[in-house]
Structures are given as structure tokens and as C-alpha cells.
Design a protein around this ligand. Structure first.
Ligand code: NAD
Length: 401
């Protein structure tokens, strides 16, 4: 099943039959077993999946997820979302993704380094030819990308590297930065409020959630709730995100003993009476079982696919859902700047990174709002229609259809 309901989108744009055939399936999938001999008789094994959903607009771009739960289906779904994200952002990349079925918290530092090196050995031709350009996703980090670079010796073979290893200043926080920008625009456009009047709840305090919460607080918004996989905290008067952020000891985890707020579960966070709800952790957290409990009038999808198709249908016309392909595109926008920088040797300042993200997100937000008002459709359908149209045009221009 695709993340887009092509039937619905085709009410607004023309999707030729052959385009539909191509876009309903992923273009290429690789599955391999990663085996590491740790000692005589002791082996570490992982199933690895790589999916290129579509590369008509450019090489397959997408992060490497390391989690025990990864599957081929999930990898394919995430690769598909990258196709639409790059198309909507106007970035000349196609959509790809990788999954490594290991819990990064259950392997040692040395084992993780070795797993990344082995991943490159198995994917050498794809990476060295530039057919697939990875980046970090859940469970992988800038250091893992630096290891990939160390193995390929090609700076543009991977993005999300540390700034001193050819990375981009501002890349780490880029997705959160974009989430902040699109949230501020939504507060103004849909709620007709100033940031200081809006309350925000953020689920997930990893790379995306923690930076989004920090940037929003710095912009004056009241971040009243945050959570990680263990649960979260709520304070009606707002949480001191700067303090919490400064005290992070383990990436992705809210530091203990710092947060002044009432303890809540992740389920409770989703149904808080806030102006903006930002799911920034995992997929499918807003589903038919809990969609009617959601009180926030605006949902900003910082995670990939946090809302199921059924929940979307229930919310249509009642709530504004800022779709993932728009809301979390700051990361891939910065990745593109990093890739371009690697090719040209240009030096980029953090302010340049922020400026590129802010202006592209603002343009794309405006495009989606305009389409949605003109065609009287949801913002999500508008974003999908713009993205699909862009890909269909590319299919025609490259004579794929
Ligand atoms: P991360 O691993 O840094 O953080 C994930 C956070 O979610 C952690 O705080 C974790 O504790 C929490 N979490 C995990 N399981 C949970 C659960 N069951 N309930 C509630 N919280 C849970 O990951 P990330 O990089 O911040 O990515 C988060 C989401 O954003 C993912 O969907 C990812 O695909 C998407 N995304 C990330 C980027 C990026 O640049 N990192 C870019 C685009 C999209």
C-alpha cells in the first residue's frame, strides 16, 4: 500500500495510467544479510533492506534506520515518502531508505562501527556510484555517516556528516528548524495567533522533537508537553525547554530530575488541550482508536507517517494536518545543501543553512496553502498533489512514460 491515496489525488491532477503503475511500486529493493564474526563461534547478524522507491528526479536519497523493528515494508514506505518530500521541496533527488534490523542500544560502540563499515562493503557499488545517498535516521547519527565517508572516500556519497568531516553546520538541527518554521507559519495562518499565544505539545525528544521544541520555545511559543519512549511531562504554564535541552545526557531521552511538570503517558500527551500537536517520534500514533480524542486543532507531522490513512479521513475538514512531506523536509533540504557543498567545495555558515531551510519551507507552505484554498482540499492532499504532479512531469520528461 502506498502512503498516498492516488484515487483521491487524481481528483485534482491528471495521473496517466503508466505513471500510476510506476508510482504504485518501488523501483528497486535490495535485501542482504549482514554478518559480523565477533569471535570464534560468535556472530552478530542483521537483516538489511534498501529501497529505492523512485529515482526519476535524481539519485535515491534517504536515511539509514537502525532498529530491531525494521522491515522491508517499513523501509519501502519511508523511501516512498522521500520521493514526495524531495519533489515538493523542489530538490533534485529521488526517494530511498535503508533499514538495519538491530537495536543500536544493545550493541557495543565497536560493533556499531563495524556494522556501518560492513553496510558500506555490501553497498559499495551503490554508494560509490552515487546511486544511493544515505543520511541519519532513527538509530544512526552523524558519526555513522562519518564512518560511511571514511569507507567510500567520497565526500558527497553521504550527508548528515559532522561539520568538521565535510558536514553542514546546522544539519543536525535542520529537521527541527523546519518543523519550527512550519509551526510558526501555521500558528499565524490557521490560528491567527502570535507564537506567544500558542501552546504546543511535542511527542518524542530525539533529534527532531528536541530541536523543534527548543526552537519553538526560543521563538516565544509555550511548549507545554514533551515525551520520550518512556512517557512525558506536562505543565500548563510551559516547560523550560532550554534547561531540559542543556541537560540531555542520553540522546533521545528526557533528562531526569530537571523537568518541572506533571508526569503523563504518551497516550495522554496526544489528547492534551493544546493549539498545536507535534508527533515527532514514530509512525501511526494517531490512528482510528484515538483520533477522536485529539483536541489540538492543528497537527504538525514532524515524524514520518504519524497519522494513519483512516485517522486522516476522520480529521479531514475538522482539523489542519501539516503533512510530513512538508513539515519534516528541513532535513533533506539541508542534506541537499551539504551534497552541493561537497561537490563544489563551498563553505557554508550555519546562518546560510537556516536561511535556506526557512525560505524553502515558507515557499512550499505557501504553495500548499494556495493549492488547498483553490481546490478546496486538505493541506495534505494539496501537498501530495503538488509532489505527484512534479514526479509525473519528470516521468514524462525522461521518457519513462
Ligand atoms: P530519534 O531516534 O533521535 O528520536 C526518537 C524519539 O522518539 C526519542 O525521544 C524516543 O525516545 C521517542 N520514541 C521512540 N519510541 C517511542 C514511542 N513508542 N512513543 C513515544 N516516543 C517514542 O529519531 P529522530 O531522528 O528524531 O526521528 C523522529 C521521527 O522523525 C522519525 O519518524 C523519523 O523518520 C523522522 N524524521 C527524522 C529526520 C531527521 O533528520 N532526524 C528527518 C525527517 C524525518
Amino acid at each position: 500500500m502506498t502512503s498516498i491515496d492516488f484515487n483521491r489525488v487524481s481528483n485534482f491532477i491528471d495521473i496517466p495510467e503508466n505513471a500510476l503503475r510506476i508510482l504504485s511500486k518501488s523501483e528497486k529493493e535490495i535485501k542482504f544479510n549482514l554478518n559480523l564474526l565477533l569471535d570464534r563461534g560468535k556472530m552478530l547478524e542483521a537483516d538489511c533492506y534498501v529501497a529505492y522507491y523512485n529515482t526519476v528526479r535524481g539519485p535515491a536519497k534517504g536515511g539509514i534506520r537502525m532498529s530491531e523493528a525494521v522491515t522491508l515494508e517499513e523501509t519501502r514506505d519511508l523511501a516512498e515518502r522521500m520521493v514526495w518530500k524531495c519533489a515538493l521541496a523542489g530538490i533534485p533527488f529521488g526517494g530511498g531508505k535503508s533499514g538495519i534490523s538491530l537495536d543500536p542500544n544493545k550493541i557495543t560502540f565497536f560493533q556499531k562501527v563495524s556494522v556501518m563499515k560492513e553496510f558500506v562493503h555490501m553497498m559499495e557499488l551503490e554508494l560509490k556510484s552515487g546511486a544511493y545517498i544515505p543520511a541519519p535516521d532513527m538509530g544512526t547519527s552523524a558519526r555513522d555517516m562519518a564512518i560511511i565517508y571514511g569507507e567510500t572516500h567520497i565526500l558527497e556519497s553521504v550527508t548528515g556528516k559532522p561539520p568538521r568531516i565535510g558536514g553542514l553546520p546546522g544539519r543536525e538541527e535542520a529537521t527541527g528548524r523546519g518543523v519550527m518554521k512550519v509551526t510558526l507559519l501555521s500558528i499565524e495562518e490557521f490560528l491567527k495567533q502570535k507564537p506567544s499565544q500558542a501552546s504546543v505539545a511535542v511527542q518524542g525528544f530525539g533529534n527532531v522533537g528536541s530541536w523543534a521544541a527548543l526552537f519553538l520555545r526560543q521563538a516565544g511559543a509555550k511548549v507545554v508537553a514533551i515525551s520520550d519512549y518512556r512517557g512525558g511531562f506536562y505543565s500548563k504554564k510551559g516547560l523550560n525547554i532550554e534547561d531540559i535541552f542543556k541537560n540531555i545526557k542520553v540522546k533521545g531521552q528526557i533528562p531526569s530530575g530537571v523537568v518541572e511538570g506533571e508526569e503523563i503517558t504518551n497516550k495522554e500527551l496526544l489528547s492534551l488541550p493544546v493549539d498545536i500537536l507535534i508527533p515527532a517520534a514514530i509512525e501511526n500514533v494517531i490512528a482510528k482508536e484515538n483520533v477522536l480524542e485529539i483536541k489540538a486543532p492543528v497537527i504538525v507531522e514532524a515524524a514520518n507517517g504519524p497519522t494513519t490513512l483512516e485517522a486522516d479521513a476522520v480529521m479531514e475538514g475538522k482539523k489542519i494536518v501539516v503533512p510530513d512531506i512538508l513539515a519534516n523536509s528541513g532535513g533533506v533540504i539541508a542534506s541537499y545543501v551539504e551534497w552541493r557543498k561537497a561537490k563544489s567545495g563551498a563553505i557554508t555558515k550555519v546562518s546560510d543553512t537556516y536561511e535556506t531551510i526557512d525560505s524553502l519551507i515558507a515557499d512550499n507552505f505557501e504553495k500548499c496553502c494556495h493549492f488547498s484554498a483553490k481546490e478546496k482540499c486538505s493541506l495534505k492532499i494539496a501537498a501530495q498533489a503538488i509532489a505527484v504532479k512534479e514526479v509525473v512531469n519528470a516521468l514524462q520528461e525522461r521518457a519513462w512514460i
